[in-house]
Design a protein around this ligand. Sequence first.
Ligand code: TYM
Length: 361
Amino acid sequence: MRVVSGIQPTGNLHLGNYLGAIRNWVRMQDEITGAQAAEGGSAEKNGAQAAAGGGAEKNEALFFLADLHAISMPHDPAQLHQGTLEMAAALVACGIDPERSILFNQAQVPQHAELQWLLNGTARMGWLNRMTQWKDKAGKNREGASVALFAYPVLQAADVLLYQATHVPVGEDQKQHLELARDIAQKFNHDFASEDAPVFTLPDPIVPPDAARIMSLRDGTKKMSKSDPSDMSRINLADDPDEVMKKVKKAKTDPEPLPSERKGLEDRAEALNLVTIYAALTDSSVDAVLEEHGGQGFGHFKPLLGEALVETLRPISARFTQLLEDREALDAILARGAAQARERAVATLDATYDALGLVRG
Ligand code: TYM
């Protein structure tokens, strides 16, 4: 198993990122490296073994800050720099362990951009034109959108194909990009490799069954997002308990009590969202939560939800604040992760150049 995933370091880490993706990153990291850690293994050791050709192939997890993706939209360089360090701290605070996973930012691993260029020959304009994120972000002003925004999914394909990723834990909104990565890999293998010696592994998106889409607290039809201008629409992982309770109290709902079955939440997007969040936080399911709390109003349910959120976030935000104080330690984590990632990127990149017939001394 090779688990690979990324997050853009723009804005704060919010509850949608956490329940939709990061929590799964941590679970998968723990699952695949738990046994190795018990045997005294680490990402570094595994890499050394692989390079020496020793032992069976090891499970590995690579998580990165997609800073190269972040320049596809207008941005402030100083904020991107600070945001990258803060997101690294947030991921560690959530449980990504740089001793067991490889944590880095794309800009320190030039092979991502290099592979993207090689894949641009395989990706098709028509495929990219169909991407919903491109349509949403470019809006009516396609002529004014950056080339990077259009080619964004090709870089995302490079991110995972570079490491022969098998599993990519993401929220629902990234599934289409992952399907495109599979299409690119398949076409490249077909055009430039033989069936029994493919250059790229086809990655599987892993989407959580119950928390795939966490919606805005102000509008249950829009996903919770860093780019929403209203901070009341999202819970940030660094929000303090008072802020969390206030946001939950003010979250949009309807006057009806909770139903005792899921069917009763059809056409009640805000109510469904709050129940989904509560179910995810308490490791339960929407059905089980409704069975227990059906018939109760939001005056009863919202304080429960607020408390569950505060309890989940308390240790994360304490650790986050502490990590941010040691800037040098963060720089060192990213530098080490990038060195490990560069090592693992070489073989696939070489195979890609060769398959394309590019001469390189
Ligand atoms: P990004 O930075 O928008 O989000 C990071 C992860 O959080 C998930 N997510 C959500 N899940 C549920 N509900 C929500 N409201 C919500 N908002 C965000 C996203 O699905 C994602 O898993 N293009 C990617 C970053 C990326 C990447 C990659 C991901 C670059 N290269 C390679 C996987 C593999 C992005 O912008 O995610």
